[in-house]
Design a protein around this ligand. Sequence first.
Ligand SMILES: *[C@@H]1O[C@H](CO)[C@@H](O)[C@H](O)[C@H]1NC(C)=O
Ligand SMILES: *[C@@H]1O[C@H](CO)[C@@H](O)[C@H](O)[C@H]1NC(C)=O
Ligand SMILES: *[C@@H]1O[C@H](CO)[C@@H](O)[C@H](O)[C@H]1NC(C)=O
Ligand SMILES: [Zn+2]
Length: 400
Amino acid sequence: MSCTRLGLSLLLLAALGWTEDEHGSEDSSHPKKKGPGHGHWSYADKDEWPLEFPDCGGQMQSPINIDTNSTIFSRELQPVVLAGYNLDPSEQLSLMNNGHTVVLRLPGSLTIASGYPQEYRAMQLHLHWGSPEGPGSEHTVDGRRYDGEIHMVYYNPSSDSIKEAMRQPGGLAVLAAFLQVGPEDNVHYQHLLEQLHEVQEEGKETTVAGFNIEGLLPANLGRYYRYSGSLTTPSCYQTVNWTVFNQTVLLSKEQISLLETTLQGDDDKDLQNNFRLTQSLHGRKVLASFQASLSPRRVPLPDDGVPPMTPAPDGATERSTAEAPGAGAGCPPCADSEKQLGFALQTAEVLAGLFGGLFAVTALAFLIYIYKQRSQTRRPDSHPKPNVIYTAATTDENAV
Ligand SMILES: *[C@@H]1O[C@H](CO)[C@@H](O)[C@H](O)[C@H]1NC(C)=O
Ligand SMILES: *[C@@H]1O[C@H](CO)[C@@H](O)[C@H](O)[C@H]1NC(C)=O
Ligand SMILES: *[C@@H]1O[C@H](CO)[C@@H](O)[C@H](O)[C@H]1NC(C)=O
Ligand SMILES: [Zn+2]
């Protein structure tokens, strides 16, 4: 049942993917270009992006709101496995304010080794945030916007070039995680935040000594959403295979504030609220590597002793600083009970469907019976044959 649904949705995803048309007019992939004119855009004129960048008006745009009740659980979505992230401090990485965000360049030796059907290589990471007045993640979950969001951007190395990869379906992958206020400083983010003041103005660049880049992501890389979407800034190319992690990353209140108030954008104003509003799904499906919700149609299990499948949203606390590499690949006991629960639920769903069907047929037979009874009582010349009628109804029921 869910296999059929998954198959259909994958077909749909593929179909949507292949309809992407080729075009190569503007090159907006160089955020270094300054000033107004060709390739210039801002968060203030989001509505006008499609005029200069046609893909921004497409049907597979990002970000989106993730409605957990509508996600489709897929057993094929294996935990994301990263390789090569623990960089030596002697390695110098470029950190830059491009007027829209702060970007850390990443060496291509950082890869996604598993979790996608193909390998991806890192290009850069950057952040989205709000302001002291409100949160600023790009994706939302069940309508909730988080304080911020990290995007690690990857390309498919089997393309001839990064530019080529940007225009091919699945040519890009982005790993996204939500940033949330927590009780303590996040030591991994401190590597970036302590140097933010050096890139206060647009175009400023500095270097950051290598550190464990994986620490910027949640500890649990096993629970995530997957969907086909786009870059969230012009050019808005619709070639990104998205991963949005379910576990959030915690930073202290002071760290989030520093992010919200340090940088300046292209107009020398505070660089704040650098997020795009959520875009329509246009029929796209969002897959989940975990059972993200109890579908409303499902009947309760007889055994209520099943442990809760997921921690409360804030239950992510203890693992969010990603200190324990062993815990990084998810928690197998939870995964197992989730699988069992998933199976039990599917069985329950099938039974519910079966009984629903039987009930409908019985009700229909009853209505027919009443109807015939009434038309017989209205017919003056009728001779009652209740047994025949009863037998007919029973036969129908058996035919199901
Ligand atoms: C995106 O990822 C999904 C699931 O991992 C995969 O089935 C699909 O083929 C990918 N899409 C593209 C266009 O690469
Ligand atoms: C994580 O998953 C749980 C269970 O589906 C959900 O309640 C929660 O909102 C999710 N959080 C995020 C950030 O996806
Ligand atoms: C998901 O479905 C359940 C069951 O109908 C409902 O109680 C819950 O409010 C829904 N959650 C969201 C976020 O829509
Ligand atoms: Zn982004």
